[in-house]
Write a protein that binds this ligand. Structure first.
Ligand code: 16G
Ligand code: MG
Length: 568
C-alpha cells in the first residue's frame, strides 16, 4: 500500500478513536449500539464499504439505522452488489476493524486484508469505488453519515453518494438496480412498485362477491419512522388507494418505535398507540377494515385486526401468513401457466419453488405449507441465512414470523417467463395462461428482490387479497396458529449455547437437549428450542403446544433448564 494512502487513513482515523471498554460485533444485521458510541464504528464501516466496492468493482450500500430499536440507538450495515446483506466472509474483518484500538493498528489490519483479498487500490485519482449512503429518521443519523463519508474519503478513489433519508429496503433496492445498470433514484423505486401494482390490479378478475373499493379500508401504523413519509409519497403515486397512514413520525407525531410498529405489535400482540375502538374490523360482506404495521426502517410488515371484545388485543396476521398467501398465489399462477388445460408452449421447464422459514415459524404454518405440497426448509434466524437459501430455487419465498421476507426469482425463471409471455401474447392473447404470465411478471417487479420490504410487501398483500377476493379474516383463517410463548433468559455467557439443524437442536452444553426433549414429550403437539440471541445478551426460549397453558408451561420449564445448565 502506498504511503500516501496510509497517511490519509492515519490522518483521518485519528479523529475517530474507538469507544473504550466496548467489544463491537457485526451481528445478525450489522453493528447496533447506543448512537453515542457509534461514530468511530461508522467511520470504519465507511472504509470497509470502499474496500468492498473496490474488491467487487460494483456499487455498495451503507445504511445507518437501528430498525425497531429505541430512538437513541443506531446502527450501520452494508448492502452487497446484489442488494443483499454483506457477504458473511467479510464479517470477521468488520469486527476487527471496528475494534482496532488505534490508527496504527487499523492500518495494519487494512494492509493485511487488502493483500489477502487482493483488493485493487487506485492512486491516480480515478473514481474506482462508489458507495450509496442512506439513513433513517433518527436524530443521530446526520452526524453518523458524516463519519461514514469520512471513512469512504479515507480510501483514494472512493466516492460516496448520499441518497438521503430512505428506508433500508429502498437503499438495498437502489444498490441492486445500479449494479443491474438500471435507474436507481427514489423516484425510480416508487415508479417501479406503483406501476407494477397498477399492472397487477388491472389483471384482477371481476367477481361479484368481491369486497368493493371504498368499502374496504387499510390503516397503516408506520412506527413513527421513515416508512411514514415514504408511504405517504407512495400513496400519492397510487391516487385512489384507500389507505390511512398513522404514526407517520412527521411533525413530531410520537416517538420512533415507542409502543408502535411491527416489532411491538408482533411481540406484544396488542394495538399500537393511535389505534383503538374505532378500528374494530367488521367482517360483514361488504365492509372490511384491516390494519398493518411497519417497523422503524420499513423492512418488516405485519397485518392485524383489532379484536371487538377487548380493544387493546389484536388478531395478528404475521410473516408466516404472508408467506402462505404469497405461496398460494404463486403456486396457483404457475399451475395456470403449466396446468392441464394450458397450451403447451416453448419447453417443459419446471421451475423449482421453495419456501424458507426459521424455527420460529408457527408449526401450523409449516404443516399448512407442506400440505399444499410445497418444499419447506428451515434456516437459522437472520435474513442473510433465509435469503441465501431462497436464492437456491427458481422461485424462493422466505419469511420470518416477525414479518421480514420477500420472493426471489432466478434468472432462468425470468427468461422462461418472458419467453412464455411473448409466445402466449402471439398465440393466445388475453387467455388465462397469458394473464398468469403477466401477473407473475408484475410480481417480479413489485416485490423487492434485494431484501424484505414493508412497502412493496404491503402492495403485494393488497393486490393478492383483491385478486383472491379475500377479506383479512379469510386470509387469517387459512390455518389456526398453535399457541406459543417466547421467553428470554439472562445468562453469564450466551456463547456457551451452540445449536445445529437450523437452531432446532442444542449441541452445547451437553445434556440440555435431552432434558428439553423430556419436557417436550410431556405436551401434546409440543415443540421447543433455545438459541443465543444475535442482537441481545440473552438466550431466547421458544415453545408451542396445543393449548396456551401447555405452551407457557413448556417455555417456563425450558427456561429453568437454561438457567440450571448455564448459570450454576
Ligand atoms: C435481526 C434480523 C432479523 C432477526 C432478528 C433476530 C436482519 C435484517 N434482521 O433483527 O432477521 O429475526 O435479528 O433477533 O437480519 P435475535 O437474534 O435477537 O433473536
Ligand atoms: Mg427493520
Amino acid at each position: 500500500m502506498k504511503e500516501e494512502q496510509k497517511s490519509l487513513i492515519l490522518k483521518i482515523s485519528s479523529q475517530y478513536p474507538p469507544p473504550q471498554g466496548v467489544k463491537l460485533s457485526y451481528g445478525t444485521a450489522g453493528f447496533r449500539e447506543d448512537a453515542s458510541i457509534l461514530v468511530s464504528t461508522v467511520y470504519r464501516v465507511g472504509i470497509l464499504a470502499a474496500l468492498r466496492s473496490l474488491k467487487t468493482q460494483s456499487v455498495i450500500g451503507l445504511m445507518i439505522t437501528a430498525s425497531h430499536n429505541k430512538v437513541n440507538d443506531n446502527g450501520v450495515k452494508i448492502a452487497d452488489p446484489s442488494g443483499g446483506m454483506l457477504t458473511q466472509d467479510w464479517e470477521p474483518f468488520a469486527d476487527r476493524l471496528a475494534n482496532a484500538q488505534d490508527p496504527q493498528n487499523l492500518i495494519e489490519l487494512i494492509v493485511e486484508f487488502v493483500e489477502k483479498e487482493n483488493i485493487p487500490l487506485h492512486w491516480d485519482g480515478m473514481r474506482s469505488a462508489e458507495i450509496l449512503l442512506g439513513r433513517d429518521t433518527r436524530p443521530s443519523g446526520e452526524s453518523l453519515l458524516q463519519a461514514a463519508k469520512q471513512g469512504i474519503d479515507s480510501i483514494i478513489g472512493a466516492v460516496s453518494v448520499d441518497m438521503g433519508i430512505v428506508t433500508t429496503p429502498q437503499l438495498h433496492w437502489m444498490v441492486r438496480a445500479r449494479n443491474q445498470g438500471m435507474k436507481a433514484t427514489e423516484f425510480d423505486y416508487f415508479q417501479q412498485i406503483s406501476d407494477s401494482f397498477r399492472c397487477f390490479m388491472g389483471l384482477i378478475p371481476t367477481k361479484s362477491d368481491q369486497v368493493s373499493e371504498g368499502a374496504d379500508k387499510l390503516i397503516v401504523d408506520c412506527a413513527n419512522g421513515v416508512g411514514g413519509e415514504k408511504l405517504i409519497a407512495l400513496k400519492k403515486m397510487l391516487n385512489g388507494k384507500a389507505m390511512e397512514v398513522r404514526n407517520s413520525g412527521l411533525e413530531g407525531e410520537g416517538e420512533l418505535n415507542e409502543r408502535v410498529g411491527a416489532d411491538f405489535v408482533q411481540k406484544e400482540k396488542v394495538v399500537p398507540l393511535g389505534f383503538g375502538t374505532e378500528d374494530v374490523g367488521i367482517s360483514i360482506l361488504l365492509s372490511e377494515l384491516r390494519c398493518a404495521s411497519l417497523d422503524g426502517d420499513a423492512d418488516r410488515l405485519v397485518y392485524f385486526t383489532v379484536a371487538s371484545n377487548n380493544t387493546s388485543r389484536i388478531d395478528l396476521v404475521d410473516g408466516d401468513k404472508m408467506l402462505s398467501l404469497f405461496a398460494i398465489f404463486i403456486k396457483d399462477q404457475i399451475g395456470i401457466l403449466k396446468g392441464e388445460g394450458a397450451k403447451k408452449t416453448t419447453n417443459n421447464y419446471e421451475p423449482r419453488l421453495g419456501v424458507v422459514q426459521t424455527a420460529y415459524a408457527n408449526g401450523a404454518s409449516t404443516d399448512y405449507l407442506k400440505n399444499l405440497g410445497l418444499e419447506v426448509v428451515l434456516t437459522p434466524t437472520g435474513v442473510k441465512y433465509l435469503h441465501e437459501k431462497a436464492a437456491q430455487y427458481d422461485i424462493g419465498i422466505y419469511f420470518e414470523a416477525n414479518g421480514h421476507g420477500t420472493i426471489l426469482f432466478s434468472q432462468s425463471f425470468l427468461s422462461w417467463l418472458e419467453a412464455e409471455n411473448k409466445e402466449l401474447s402471439s398465440t393466445s392473447k388475453g387467455s388465462e395462461e397469458q394473464k398468469a404470465a403477466l401477473r407473475l411478471l408484475a410480481v417480479t417487479k413489485l416485490i423487492n428482490q434485494a431484501v424484505g420490504d414493508a412497502l412493496s410487501g404491503l402492495l403485494m398483500v393488497e393486490a393478492i387479497l383483491k385478486h383472491m377476493g379475500w377479506s383479512i379474516h379469510k386470509w387469517s383463517e387459512l390455518y389456526q396458529d398453535l399457541p406459543s410463548r417466547m421467553l428470554k433468559v439472562i445468562v453469564k455467557d450466551r456463547t456457551a449455547v451452540v445449536t445445529t439443524n437450523a437452531e432446532t437442536e442444542v449441541v452445547k452444553p451437553t445434556g440440555i437437549q435431552d432434558a428439553i426433549n423430556a419436557e417436550i414429550a410431556k405436551c401434546s403437539r409440543g415443540r421447543s428450542f433455545i438459541r443465543p440471541s444475535g442482537t441481545e445478551d440473552i438466550i431466547r426460549v421458544y415453545a408451542e403446544a396445543s393449548t396456551q397453558e401447555a405452551a407457557d408451561s413448556l417455555a417456563n420449564s425450558v427456561a429453568k433448564l437454561v438457567d440450571q445448565f448455564l448459570n450454576s
